[in-house]
Structures are given as structure tokens and as C-alpha cells.
Design a protein around this ligand. Structure first.
Ligand code: HPA
Length: 273
């Protein structure tokens, strides 16, 4: 564990040497939000491969860069390319950047992602504010000796997604389109999409959407006192909800169509916090 802390300190030091004023808001750009990176001004880009001890993204189409700059004149850090468990990283690696954010003084984390719609009232292209999460089928990212430097062993999860942020996200959504959704995001490890039976089970358990990211990041952020906001793009209806066969191509295509609204919501939101 000390070794892990030493690794992180080295990463932190490298970033602090490159960036003088470190923003308090970090945004993880999920599928479909990558082009928000183009709208960031006054950019300094650090490629993951150049940051000591940083994991490197392996998914085709996912970039690997930390962007420091401003969006709507507000200082932000954008993580363009995230780390998924299904890529083969262990959970500590997938959430390494979040702990680095904490060391750098980040206070707000905006998590964005693509997910399958489980709630039958949802439709492809909808945006959903994440109000809570389900992750029964995956081990906790906090398993193992507790990192006391970051937070306590046993943490309350009743406001993993900050309640005030949820209200602000609703306002931000209303300014873009009034048919937004709210709901529970279920985490599955992937890389297969779920089976129809799994989706029926998840619906019974109370899930509205399902995806392969976000939950480990939200848990680590919440553990260390970073406030989280989560927005999901429903890129497809989950397996078995319709007769459509799921493909990554379709997921990407829908994400692209929803991108403009998605970007507007994020920009509206950061002006409110
Ligand atoms: N399941 C899991 N992850 C996803 C999905 C899905 O249906 N769509 C986009 N990411």
C-alpha cells in the first residue's frame, strides 16, 4: 500500500510541475462525449503515456489524455479516455486517476457514460441523470486494506451522487430538453453485453440503465470526499428489451447523435456549481 502511495505521489508531483493552477472540477468523458475535448480552451494536454505510473487506455477509439483548461471560462480537468475493468486492469488501476485528482485538490467529479436502457419508458438517445447505483455483481474497488489517507473503512453510500448536484443537473437538463430521465445505473463488468435474463433480473432489482464503467470511479471519489454527478447517454435498449441485436457500432452511432445535447448539459451544469 505504501508503494501505491509512493507511486501516486510521483504522479502528483509530475502533474504539479506541469500545471500551476489545478482546477477543482474533473470530468470523465465517456463514450459520446469525447468531442467536448475540442471545446476546451487554454489547454495543456498531458498524455497518459507520459505521466509516470498512469495506466494507458487500450480501447480503440478511446483517447488517453488529461486535458487541463477552461470550459465556459471555468477551469476544468477532462479525462479523455477512461480505464475499464474489462480491459484487464485491476480495479485499483481503473480508479488510479480519481485518487490523483484527490491529491491534486479536485472537489467535484462529473462522470459521463453510455449505457443500455432497462427502464421500458426510456428510448435510445435519452440522457439520464444518475441518482444511485447498483453493483452487486462486482467486487468493491475499496476491497483490501483501507487507504486511511483518503477516507474511512466503512462509508455511507446514501448520497454517492450528490443530492444538490442532482437538482442542478435537472436544471441544466431542462435548459436543453425537458424530456430527460433520472434513474439507477447498474454496473456490469463486461465486456459482453448482458443476457436478456440478466437484464430482467436487473430490472427486478431496480435498475434503469446498465453499463460497464462509472461505479468504481464513483465509489473511490465518494470515499475520498469528492462530490459526484453522473450523466448517462442511453445509447441502446438493453438486451432483450427490444428485438435489436446490440453492436458497439450502434452504441457509438447513437452516442454521436446525442453528443450535442450531452455537451450542452455538462456546460450548463458546471456554470451552476
Ligand atoms: N450494456 C452494458 N454497457 C453498455 C450498454 C449495454 O447495453 N450500452 C452501452 N454500454
Amino acid at each position: 500500500m505504501n508503494n501505491y502511495m509512493e507511486k501516486m505521489k510521483k504522479t502528483e508531483k509530475f502533474i504539479r510541475e506541469k500545471i500551476t493552477n489545478i482546477p477543482k472540477i474533473a470530468i470523465i468523458l465517456g463514450s459520446g462525449l469525447g468531442s467536448l475535448a475540442d471545446e476546451i480552451e487554454n489547454k495543456t494536454i498531458l498524455e497518459y503515456k507520459d505521466i509516470p505510473n498512469f495506466p494507458i487506455s487500450t480501447v480503440a477509439g478511446h483517447k488517453g489524455e488529461l486535458i487541463f483548461g477552461t470550459l465556459e471560462n471555468i477551469p476544468i480537468i477532462a479525462m479523455n479516455g477512461r480505464f475499464h475493468y474489462y480491459e484487464g486492469y485491476d480495479l485499483k488501476e481503473t480508479t488510479y486517476p480519481i485518487r490523483i485528482f484527490k491529491l491534486l485538490g479536485v472537489e467535484t467529479l462529473i462522470l459521463t457514460n453510455a449505457a443500455g436502457g432497462i427502464n421500458e419508458t426510456f428510448k435510445k438517445g435519452d440522457l439520464m441523470i444518475i441518482t444511485d447505483q447498483l453493483s452487486f455483481f462486482a467486487e468493491s474497488v475499496l476491497r483490501g486494506p483501507n487507504m486511511d489517507e483518503f477516507g474511512e473503512r466503512f462509508i455511507d453510500m446514501s448520497s454517492a451522487y450528490d443530492k444538490e448536484y442532482i437538482e442542478k443537473l435537472k436544471e441544466a437538463m431542462m435548459e436543453v430538453k425537458d424530456d430527460y430521465q433520472t434513474g439507477v445505473y447498474a454496473y456490469m463488468k463486461g465486456p459482453t453485453y448482458e443476457t436478456p435474463a440478466e437484464i430482467r433480473a436487473l430490472r427486478t432489482l431496480g435498475a434503469d440503465a446498465v453499463g460497464m464503467s462509472t461505479v468504481p470511479e464513483a465509489v473511490v471519489a465518494h470515499h475520498s470526499g469528492i462530490k459526484c454527478a453522473g450523466i448517462t447517454c442511453i445509447t441502446n435498449m438493453a438486451a432483450g428489451v427490444t428485438n435489436e441485436i446490440l453492436t458497439h457500432e450502434d452504441v457509438k452511432e447513437t452516442a454521436l447523435k446525442a453528443e450535442d445535447n450531452f455537451k450542452k448539459v455538462v456546460k450548463n451544469f458546471i456554470k451552476k456549481i
